[in-house]
Design a protein around this ligand. Structure first.
Ligand code: SAH
Ligand code: SF4
Ligand code: F3S
Length: 442
């Protein structure tokens, strides 16, 4: 009957959330989601374009699928997401086993597109929208533990950081109707979920104006979600330093169930680089925001993203990045080598002038420093007791559970009579740079 779909997701959490929307749209039209590509009629790859290596990985995967198509001649392959948007129909010209290419704002058209594909067409729809938020679609929760879920609250980005493809692949920034967000969170809570993460490229820039002109800000939205139940944890990602307001920190301080965890990408510790990157804040502004976090939320964990070897980065700029890492003392960092992306501001106006070896050296220096800081931070946790939301069995041993504290740190402990999906008090007894170990406290 050719109605089995399989979806594979790459890139950020927004892509994971979009895949859940895609499955929901297609399920309503009678498609069945399967978890084995071999058993499917349509394999969809939801792609990322953020760095060149992300795209290379996807190209490799598309070529691997040829063999599967040899075994199952009915199998059709589609590319969704950011790489689909960036390359559009060019992707079908380059990869002749791909039958459809669909950008992030065109998923409502998938049932129609699959129908055309079934009739033998090859088709691309990469139109971007200024209004689409899929607000009315209840996502099918894929690979869910039944405890934590993501909720997309906005789409797109128009900050145009010089290095970044996202404004081109995701279009204009737009916020989703807050009532649908709170409704989705409440439904999840009623189904037993205990944690929601509100998602957007810059969630704290969230702002929704309804038809009467009434505006909802991000702090107000957070408050409405937090009020659903004290048992529902609320997280959010990613925050842009430019919009990290005192008001948001005050709301976070007021609700125990808003997690004390802020992902605050710094990108560089040098104001000169930040300016070239078009990040719209300085090193001083960023450090002031970190001080504000420490002031309102003394037990808040801070994590970051950083890019090593951006165009024109000197040794002095690099040292400024190392220095900001020492000052902030992040609990975790996603660390990247700069990758030049076609059509970005950097591509048009700057030269990718830091050679590969030097990029690697700088990146490795940051990684080594961060590893040391994370371990030191974790050692400070030994002896403290945290409320942990239990997520499931540890990968290492089925006699152990793992969960997270409010600060988003993973804690592993002997399971005893505890239950996933509930809260437990756990005392930290040991650690590595990545994980805490603990014991249940009765
Ligand atoms: N909206 C978020 C991050 C989005 S992309 C923000 O503004 O912080 C996730 C991370 O990928 C970025 O924070 C950045 O560190 C990294 N990144 C983006 N473009 C990159 C590029 N061209 N090369 C290397 N890393 C990049
Ligand atoms: Fe990219 Fe900057 Fe937008 Fe983040 S804020 S998605 S880095 S353009
Ligand atoms: Fe990648 Fe697109 Fe997310 S480029 S990081 S999947 S918004």
């Amino acid at each position: 009957m050719n109605n089995k779909i399989y979806i594979e997701s790459y890139g950020c959490q927004m892509n994971m959330a979009d895949s859940e929307v895609v499955c929901s749209i297609l399920q309503k039209e009678g498609y069945e989601v399967v978890d084995d590509a071999e058993l499917s009629d349509y394999v969809m790859i939801n792609t990322c374009a953020i760095r060149d290596n992300a795209e290379q990985r996807i190209r490799k995967r598309v070529r691997e699928l040829r063999a599967m198509q040899g075994r199952h001649p009915q199998l059709r392959i589609g590319i969704l997401g950011c790489m689909a948007e960036r390359l559009q129909s060019q992707l079908m010209a380059e990869e002749d086993n791909v039958s459809f290419v669909v950008g992030p704002d065109a998923y409502r058209r998938l049932p129609e597109i699959l129908r055309q594909v079934r009739e033998g067409a090859r088709t691309a729809d990469t139109e971007l929208s200024t209004t689409e938020t899929y607000a009315d679609i209840e996502p099918v929760r894929l690979h869910s533990n039944g405890i934590s879920a993501y909720i997309s609250i906005m789409r797109g980005c128009q900050n145009f950081c010089a290095y970044c493809v996202v404004p081109y692949t995701r279009g204009r920034e737009r916020s989703r109707d807050p009532q649908t967000i709170v409704g989705e969170a409440r439904t999840l809570f009623e189904r037993g979920y205990r944690e929601v993460t509100l998602l957007g490229q810059n969630v704290n820039s969230y702002r929704y104006k309804d038809t009467q002109g009434v505006e909802t800000s991000f702090p107000a939205l957070m408050e409405s979600v937090a009020r659903i139940s004290p048992l529902l944890r609320v997280r959010f990602a990613t925050s842009h330093p430019k919009d990290l307001s005192d008001e948001l920190l005050q709301v976070m301080a007021r609700y125990d169930n808003i997690c004390k965890y802020i992902h605050l990408p710094v990108q560089s510790g040098s104001s000169r680089m930040l300016k070239r990157m078009n990040r719209s804040y300085t090193r001083e502004w960023y450090l002031d925001r970190v001080d504000a976090i420490r002031r309102y939320l003394p037990d808040c964990s801070i994590t970051t993203d950083v890019i090593a070897g951006f165009c024109g980065e000197t040794e002095e700029d690099h040292q400024a990045t190392l220095d900001i890492f020492r000052r902030v003392r992040y609990d975790y960092a996603y660390m990247f080598k700069f990758s030049m992306r076609p059509n970005t501001f950097a591509h048009k106006h700057y030269v990718d002038d830091i050679d590969e070896q030097e990029k690697v050296r700088r990146l490795e220096e940051i990684i080594a420093l961060q590893g040391q800081i994370a371990l030191e931070n974790n050692k400070q946790e030994i002896g403290r007791t945290y409320e942990v939301l239990i997520e499931g069995t540890s990968h290492r041993s089925d006699k152990q559970f793992f969960g997270r504290n409010s600060q988003n740190k993973v804690i592993v402990f002997d399971r005893e009579d505890a239950q996933p999906g509930t809260y437990a008090m756990v005392k930290v007894t040991d650690c590595t740079a990545a994980t805490l170990k603990g014991v249940l406290v009765k």
